[in-house]
Design a protein. Structure first.
Length: 492
């Protein structure tokens, strides 16, 4: 391979690290996608070489100006090209945008740079910069974008797999978009909707190729013990499947029964006492910026008595929690909080006038009562990796005219408003009389906590981002004057 000596006036010898790596990148292209050196395929060819130039420089000399190409060989200008700002050297940063070299009617020749291969490569360059670093702004066609990057180390893996596996010699920018999305899925074990796929898609949207990501975001919390329980005084480490270096905020609710030790994209949870917690990972950067995911974790051997008070082993009254969907006849009976997996639910009655239909489903029983009787008995067996417990619950005064006693999940009276309802992503909360609050919790329809919002100082209104919640019915509870006030809402 031969490199020029430069002319000493406009350019020094063409042997800087990034330029040498750029030229080697053409060899990579020749033996992988073999992109034709003209038009859009030629622009991709040049763009991939610039990508390998910055990747090699970032690896070997990270203190240099990574996102400039040829800054060490130019004399009369700062660099040959800028991947962070292609417009700086008369390249486009948007497909068909400012500085785009028109392709219609263009016959490739050396005089027109093979229809602008060194010009239109700016679009791929800027895409790779945004994928690595993230960014916000409005592009040349009016599309507004704001998203986090995944880092150059992960971005380069996606770019290489796209070039070496999916692209062919006549590929254009749309093909490059599809290839990099497929590459992101491959590198995330085939997962559709990974944080990296989201970032790839949104980076293309930012440069004017395709739409922004609009599907479900798919990321989860996994544990090193492959179970949802921590036994004895042991600990378990939990991880969220996002790129290394992605900023993650960990939280556990309720507090006090387990200690949490965050460590980047993982966290260690140590049991303090028996119970059940919700472990939440909130992403504050990267492709999943603003998203969160929760996992229910049991602590120690299940103890039904914590959720179903009992005595030898039966008590009277209603030591259960119910959700009143229809104030007359329909109820959901459940443990509080949600336990592990129930092996058995059974129902019996000593009152022939009380009848119902129900469907047992592990943690809950759904009922529609009829008749005018009032007593029933519920039996549950709970198990997790730590052990098994069982208990009897005697429920008195459950009648078709309405359940008596218990702890209602929903309150009566309008103390605050929520809008829109149903909602697709945000929920506006406003107190009726401008009373203040500093805590909001979101529960699923079974009463299990899925989100907790706390605020410094007292406020009377807030907008919640709940876009990460699956489609379902939820309960929002606001702590007003020391009492939780609740409403139902629907997430679409």
């Amino acid at each position: 391979m031969r490199y020029g000596n430069g002319d000493g006036v406009f350019m020094r010898p063409v042997t800087s690290l990034d330029v040498c790596a750029h030229e080697t990148g053409h060899g990579i292209c020749q033996y992988t996608a073999n992109l034709l050196y003209q038009g859009e395929s030629g622009a991709l060819n040049e763009g991939f070489s610039d990508i390998w130039g910055v990747c090699v420089e970032h690896w070997a000399a990270p203190a240099k100006q990574t996102w400039l190409i040829g800054e060490e060989i130019t004399i009369t200008q700062p660099a040959l090209r800028s991947m962070a700002n292609p417009n700086l050297f008369n390249q486009p940063d948007t497909y068909l945008g400012t500085n785009w070299f028109p392709q219609a009617g263009c016959t490739p020749s050396n005089a027109n740079d093979r229809c602008g291969v060194h010009t239109n490569s700016g679009v791929l360059n800027y895409w790779f910069f945004l994928l690595s670093q993230g960014g916000s702004g409005t592009n040349d066609i009016g599309s507004i974008f704001n998203f986090g990057g995944i880092g150059i180390d992960r971005a380069q893996l996606i770019a290489f797999r796209a070039e070496s596996v999916y692209l062919n010699s006549s590929a254009n920018y749309l093909a490059a978009r599809n290839a990099t999305i497929s590459a992101a899925r491959d590198l995330n074990n085939g997962v559709i909707g990974s944080c990296e796929e989201v970032a790839v898609t949104n980076a293309w949207y930012a440069v004017g190729v395709g739409n922004a990501y609009s599907g479900n975001v798919n990321f989860t919390i996994t544990s090193n013990n492959n179970d949802n329980a921590i036994c004895g005084t042991s600990s378990a480490t939990y991880s969220v499947n996002v790129s290394s270096g992605t900023p993650v905020t960990w939280s556990v609710y309720p507090t006090g029964i387990a200690t949490l030790t965050p460590a980047g994209t993982s966290a260690t949870l140590t049991r303090v006492s028996d119970g059940r917690v919700a472990l939440t990972a909130s992403i504050t950067g990267g492709g999943c910026n603003g998203q969160s995911v929760s996992k229910q974790i049991g602590l120690g051997i299940p103890d039904i008595s914590q959720r179903f008070p009992r005595q030898n082993p039966r008590v009277t009254g209603i030591p259960i929690q119910y959700t009143n969907y229809n104030s007359i006849t329909q109820y959901v009976i459940q443990t509080n909080p949600k336990p592990g997996s129930y092996q058995t639910w059974s129902v019996s009655t000593t009152d022939p006038n009380l009848q119902w239909g129900y469907t047992p489903s592990n943690n809950t029983l759904g009922f529609i009562f009829s008749g005018d009787g009032y007593t029933a008995t519920f039996t549950g067996i709970e198990t997790n990796a730590c052990g098994t417990d069982y208990g009897y619950i005697y429920c008195k005064s459950v009648a078709s005219g309405g359940a008596g006693g218990g702890t209602p999940l929903l309150t009566t009276g309008d103390l605050f408003t929520i809008s829109p309802n149903p909602t697709t992503g945000v929920l506006n909360v406003q107190t009726i009389d401008n009373s203040t609050f500093n805590s909001i919790r979101i529960l699923d329809k079974m009463g299990n906590p899925v989100k907790l919002f706390t605020y410094q100082g007292d406020i009377n209104s807030v907008t919640l981002n709940i876009s990460d919640l699956p489609t379902d019915t939820y309960i929002i509870s606001v702590l007003l004057g020391g009492t939780w006030s609740s409403k139902l809402f629907i997430k679409q």
